[in-house]
Design a protein around this ligand. Structure first.
Ligand code: URA
Length: 440
């Protein structure tokens, strides 16, 4: 029988900056998984890691224990390359909804396993669940069948896949312990390694709306994740993309699905299309479908414009039990009962749109969680009417708030005024959208 650790001793050693032995760390994590270490103790440990970090050996132990806390998917026989992408998390980041069907249409198999909202960022699962009937909790057998039929499937972590990450992810979400390089690295890479992929593309967000806002930290995160993947034989590319403003114009679950469908239909905001096209090109390259990124971008743009990705998304939604009314207004997605236009209270230039404020801003309206077990309201959120650099006059609309109640509209209007800065003329140039790529 394994000797159990004394949790408070391990927590204190990490708190005091010591390096934990593999035995100590494995023991703590396994005792947490089987219930002998409580959420309170694990939250304290996560906070100690947040402040003191993990070295490479400790990170390796965390990845291995997380990965082997559950099953590793069956790769299946030969066939199309299995390639996925994962984002480190952003605000308005609906890329996965467009990218999975697009990449499948390009010829890849995309076994996408996504997460729920985390901290101030939204989660792909919560967005998908705003589609009436869409099931994200399906058996692995059904997941495999859908992958075979449609070429892509989108689920949450099942009980079987990296259950330790699932537990820690939910705990980090509500304990302020998300923005930690080793915790993000292990969380993402354990899930992705469990998918038995041929290639992986990581969208590492940079800027105030990301978990690690400075470019040096984002680069270090990218290198750590690429390193963990490469050490296990996975082709991994990380792309650093801007999150100093929200991606696209919408923040909030159903609103973001609507925007993703616009993009799949060949429209939608240009920044979303640019990021999707770049990541699709990287996925095509990682899967060996194209000789270079230029060709990958060209093919992705062609497929988006031609409507093939939208048709694939319709098949995916139907296969996972959902219904969308693609010809109808709002695509049959749930809509908020009340809305309010928030206007600029001065004339000037939009100098800044703070993604962090907007991401946290949807939570009190019910669009995100403050406790692990909370239901969220998919209808609420923000629809921006301006971009950084736009000139506005006093009274021009800055955004529309979508709320479940009049109180939400009041809260939402305050958030918009806090998040959108209209300045008297000086402009801050936003970051370039696609910043860097990191490979092994
Ligand atoms: N996405 C994840 O899956 N995990 C994290 O820790 C952050 C983003």
């Amino acid at each position: 029988m394994r000797t159990r650790v004394i949790p408070q001793q391990v927590i204190a050693r990490k708190r005091d900056g010591h390096t934990l032995s593999a035995q100590e760390l494995e023991g703590l994590l396994e005792d947490y998984l089987d219930g002998h270490v409580g959420d309170d103790q694990m939250a304290a440990f996560l906070m100690a890691v947040y402040f003191k970090g993990l070295d490479d050996e400790e990170l390796d132990v965390l990845v291995e224990v997380m990965l082997h806390s559950g099953e590793v998917l069956d790769r299946g026989g030969a066939g199309a390359p299995r390639v996925d992408k994962h984002s480190t998390g952003g605000v308005g980041d609906k890329v996965s909804l467009v990218l999975a069907p697009l990449a499948a249409e390009l010829g890849l198999v995309v076994p996408m396993m996504s997460g729920r909202g985390l901290g101030h960022t939204g989660g792909t699962l919560d967005k998908l669940e705003s589609i009436p009937g869409f099931e994200t909790r399906i058996s692995l057998a059904r997941f495999d069948r859908i992958l075979g039929d449609v070429g892509c499937a989108m689920i949450g972590q099942t009980e079987e896949i990296a259950p330790l990450d699932r537990k820690l992810y939910a705990l980090r979400d509500v304990t302020g312990t998300v923005p930690s390089l080793p915790l993000i690295t292990a969380s993402i890479m354990s899930k992705k390694l469990a998918e038995s992929l041929d290639g992986l593309v990581l969208d590492v967000k940079v800027g105030e709306g990301a978990f690690l806002s400075r470019i040096e930290d984002a680069r270090a995160l990218a290198r750590a994740m690429v390193g963990v993947g490469a050490a296990r034989g996975l082709v991994v590319t990380a792309v650093l993309t801007a999150m100093d403003r929200p991606l696209g114009k919408t923040i909030g679950n159903a609103l973001e699905v609507r925007e993703a469908v616009d993009c799949l239909a060949g429209g939608g905001p240009g920044d979303l299309r640019e990021v999707v096209t770049e990541l699709a090109a990287e996925m095509s390259l990682a899967g060996g479908l194209v000789p270079d990124l230029g060709e990958g971008r060209g093919r992705a743009a062609e497929v988006l414009a031609g409507g093939g990705a939208l048709a694939r998304f319709e098949r995916l939604v139907a296969a996972q039990g959902g219904t969308l009314a693609l010809s109808g207004d709002g695509y049959g997605l749930p809509a908020a009962p009340v809305t309010r236009v928030v206007a600029a209270n001065r004339t000037g230039v939009v100098a800044r749109i703070d993604p962090h404020a907007l991401g946290y801003g949807v939570i009190p309206m019910g669009g995100g969680r403050t406790r692990q077990d909370q239901e969220i309201d998919p209808r609420v959120g923000f629809e921006l009417r301006v971009r950084v650099g736009d000139r506005v006059s006093r009274g021009d609309p800055l955004a529309v708030v979508h709320g479940a109640s009049k109180d939400d509209l009041f809260i939402g209007a305050r958030v918009i005024h806090e998040a959108v800065t209209v300045a008297g003329g000086s402009e801050t140039a936003p970051l370039r959208l696609v910043l860097e790529r990191v490979t092994a």
